[in-house]
Design a protein around this ligand. Sequence first.
Ligand code: SAM
Length: 332
Amino acid sequence: MLIDGFGRTIDYMRISVTQRCNFRCAYCMPNTPMDLGDEQDDVPLESVLNFVKVAIAQGVKKIRITGGEPLLRSKIVEFIAQIYTIAPQIDIALTTNAFLLAPLAKPLKDAGLMRINISLDSLQKDRIFCISKRDGLEKILQGIEEACKVGFKIKLNMVPLKGINEDEIVSVLEYGIKRGIMVRFIEFMENSHAKGNIVGLKLPEILRFVQEKYPTKIFEKEIVGPATLFKISKENVQKALNVQMERDYTFGIIAPHNDDFCKTCNRIRLSSEGKLIPCLYHNNAIDIKEAMLYGDTDEILSRLRLCVENKPEKNDWNHNSISQRAFYQTGG
Ligand code: SAM
């Protein structure tokens, strides 16, 4: 079992399989050159499996594959199938922008992937282009439809930005409601790689947009997740959208600027360069590449423990400070 210095059990690993991405989102990596290295720079996936085995033996229960854009990594389907073969009880998840998802949805499901989080920052073609520098809306929506069709558990992630997409908070929410998909709004986390002048909406502001149309009730803090959950009653949804609902609709807001955000943090991250990262905000990391390449189980375990021991208590976004960390390297 992995327990950090503040008594938190670490049982969730986020594994970035590449820092390359086919989008250049304003809040993430707008100024990064398109040719961001190639696959040779990434730790081979068979070596990452050496890490996965140790992590699972230490009680890790959930693994999320992320990036960059993880679907750019070749053999990603086979990698997921290998994790599933080693430990079918593990909850395997993926975070993607869905641009490449439609043809891969079925193979990913067959490989053992259980859930997918999909970034959806707008439902307008020109807005998606403005945010991500990619004419991607059609493919994103196809990806979502296909993922629904093959039976994935899906969540949609939107980062609301002032003057850019804040007026679409309700449309994205309703897109989720109509398909029975949970939407989660993520507060923009300030970082030195993002576009200089962008400003994100905080939890109360996001909620205000929703409440202009839907009365909401605070539901609970996700027990094992970072979001605060809110409910809209099925009667209110039915009245506004004229759709039949079996139960109330739940949506989430991820608010890392809140003081208690890190109390239940249960995760650490592995980057595609082979660095173990204890916190999304702070710049410290532990190199584990060689140990993974050599399959040195003892060294992997000792570095994993060191990373967990060094996990900071909190991020520093609650003091409005800017992180040096790049989201495309940590995987968000
Ligand atoms: N390419 C994939 C995607 O778009 O979902 C996975 C990688 S992306 C770094 C993972 C998540 O981080 C996405 O949901 C994205 O919206 C979020 N993210 C990236 N930069 C962020 C920032 N500065 N603030 C808040 N969320 C951010």
